[in-house]
Ligand binder design. Structure first.
Ligand code: FDA
Length: 583
């Protein structure tokens, strides 16, 4: 057994959760070692839909430009097609990921960033590269074996898979971001709800130029309703764009209760040709793999000095595109808390709020993704395919939607409803952006969240009730236009106020000094540091001009004061102390 290495935080895993944690910690100046089992990052494209919340985090981490450079732009993401094959008949289209003109406004108003598509094979190297450049010690081909924790730290046992050498890393904290088969979560015996491997999927990656079928209806997802496409898997057959329009990934289901299918080159080519509806097309198969669909989440995410993040705590199908996004958000929630505790700015109690805030999100997204996957059954039912005996009968039933009969009309009407339901998978803006935290790191101002005016899964509604994400508004001056989110970087707490709230500025400076915590006031108003360019901020801030919003480093509102109290310094001191667990 080799020697002992020391650091502040060990991160197990270099996926979106692990690399996201390492990058966040290094950005905050916290020493960390990221170990990962394989020689490099993800070897298949896997997650790809990158939502606005994840993009905002990348923006804060200073890597938004790098992500955009490697991503497929929002404009090309959303003409999602349901069809019998790529070259075959269309059953319908739905504009997704906020590309419908009516939804585009919701997305644009909500965030300085738009969703993009970046496969995991492109995203992970960006996260790892920047983490390493900022201080992370990245150890590839290094396997987590186990850990022991005591009152002061954690001994993490690892094995160098090249040399076989085993050694110990002594850290203050450990983050298990080791994916859906997490050994760290198992070692902690985290409480889990649900089941693993409830359906089987195979991924087939291939190259073929099919621009002629895609350029005019650009999308990252083409759903194929074909005989067999409702078996296992994610609800239907899927042709997913990796690069427009010549690199693709097919997801095809299989019966998980049968022995795993052998997907040799010939079988893969056949599946590709079937889904494309192009029996003779030349395709280059670049890879195949099998994976299980899960419906499992942890109800508690940590024990002592060890935390789990990402798929380790939420395991679900790719429906809604929430996997990688939520993993990055977990790490972003945890990183500033670890940094504050390691620096002695917060009491260890702050760390307990990680579970309180992220476990409800884990449950929500696992349930949402599985529901979306199951809701594909509507298409099969509406089209009358569930009890069709053979391929010919299936094809005949799909044809029935064209006939001028009462049955044909009923089928057409039912298809409208089936399409509507898919907005909950592809335009679930409220799920993507509306995360709300209730924990000891959120100090209530006695107000309640406003009742949603629209469906809270489909629509995000900005609010500054403590626990909400800071609403976005464009502000600035004659030379700069920035988002309110840009004014609250992850390196500090930020207090927003208006001109009538001037006394908050001195209060913030004083409280920051007294507590030894980076805290800065941003005063928005004409002639000041930043101006409310479009008067949008006045509309969304929900506090009076002399009130204040206290924003945590992760850009959730930690506390607010509707108006200026008699003693703003005391009010702010109390709120900050409560958030930091120092009372
Ligand atoms: P992730 O699984 O990405 O990373 C785990 C990390 O832990 C890896 O770096 C691994 O090397 C490391 N590790 C594991 N055990 C270790 C050990 N003992 N020691 C050291 N390191 C260890 N999602 C989606 O939205 N759309 C999609 O199409 C797909 N498709 C898809 C296909 C396949 C085959 C998989 C496996 C997953 C998907 N997903 C997906 C899910 C998506 O990839 C997933 O939500 C994120 O990758 C989760 O990120 P994590 O960082 O939590 O785990």
């Amino acid at each position: 057994r080799g020697s002992v290495v020391t650091t502040d935080v060990v991160v197990v895993g270099s996926g979106p959760a692990g690399a996201g944690a390492a990058l966040s910690l290094s950005t905050l100046g916290i020493p960390n070692i990221m170990i990962t089992k394989y020689r490099w990052t993800a070897n298949t494209p896997r997650a790809h839909i990158t939502n606005q919340r994840a993009m905002e985090i990348f923006r804060d981490l200073g890597i938004e430009d790098q992500v955009l450079a490697d991503a497929t732009a929002h404009e090309l993401m959303g003409d999602t097609v349901f069809c019998t094959s790529i070259a075959g008949e269309e059953i319908g289209r739905i504009l997704t990921w906020g590309t419908h003109p009516a939804r585009r406004a919701d997305y644009q108003l909500a965030s300085p960033c738009l969703p993009v598509d970046i496969p995991q094979t492109y995203l992970e190297p960006i996260l790892v590269r920047n983490a390493a450049a900022r201080g992370t010690q990245a150890r590839f081909s290094t396997e987590y074996l186990g850990h022991r924790q005591d009152a002061d730290g954690v001994d993490v046992e690892v094995r160098d898979r090249l040399t076989g050498e085993e050694y110990t890393i002594r850290a203050k904290y450990l983050i298990g971001a080791d994916g859906a088969r997490s050994k760290v979560a198992a070692d902690l015996d985290l409480p889990m709800e649900g089941a693993m491997d409830i359906a089987g999927s195979m991924n087939i990656t291939f190259k073929a130029d099919i621009s002629a079928y895609c350029g005019h209806r650009p999308s990252v997802l083409y759903w194929v309703i074909q005989p067999g496409s409702n078996v296992g898997g994610i609800g239907a057959g899927l042709v997913r764009m990796i690069r427009p329009w010549n690199e693709w990934l097919i997801v095809w289901g299989y019966d998980i209760n049968q022995p795993p299918p052998a997907v040799d080159e010939a079988a893969a080519v056949q599946i590709v040709r079937n889904l494309l509806g192009m029996p003779d097309i030349e395709v280059e198969i670049t890879g195949t793999s099998l994976w299980g669909n899960n419906e499992m989440y942890a109800t508690h995410l940590q024990a002592g000095r060890v935390f789990c993040a990402g798929d380790a705590i939420h395991r679900h199908p790719p429906s809604n595109g929430l996997g990688s996004n939520t993993s990055i958000q977990d790490s972003y929630n945890l990183a500033w808390k670890l940094a504050a505790v390691l620096r002695g700015q917060a009491a260890p109690a702050l760390l307990e709020t990680y579970s309180a805030e992220r476990a409800p999100v884990a449950k929500q997204i696992v349930q949402r993704a599985n529901k979306s996957s199951r809701e594909f059954v509507q298409f099969f039912e509406v089209l009358g395919l569930t009890d069709a005996k053979d391929e010919a009968e299936m094809a005949a039933r799909i044809e029935e939607r064209k006939v001028n009969t009462p049955e044909g009309a009923a089928k057409r009407a039912a298809l409208v409803s089936a399409m509507e339901l898919k907005h909950y998978e592809f335009n679930a803006h409220g799920v993507e952006l509306g995360q709300f935290y209730e924990s000891d790191a959120v100090v209530s101002d006695g107000t309640r969240r406003p009742e949603p005016r629209r469906d809270p899964e489909l629509y995000y509604e900005p609010s500054t009730v403590p626990g909400s994400r800071l609403p976005h508004a464009w502000v600035g001056d004659s030379q700069h236009k920035v988002s309110t989110l840009d004014l609250a970087p992850m390196t500090r707490f930020t207090l927003f106020t208006g001109i009538a709230g001037e006394p908050w500025v001195a209060a913030a400076e004083k409280v920051g000094q007294e507590l030894g915590v980076p805290l800065e006031a941003v005063l928005i108003g004409p002639g000041r540091e930043v101006t409310d360019l479009y008067y949008d901020w006045a509309r969304v801030r929900e506090v009076d001009e002399d009130g204040a919003l206290l924003v945590r480093p992760d850009k959730h509102i930690g506390w607010r004061s509707i108006r200026l109290p008699a003693d703003p310094e005391r009010a702010l001191h109390e709120a900050m102390s409560a958030i930091l667990g120092r009372i």
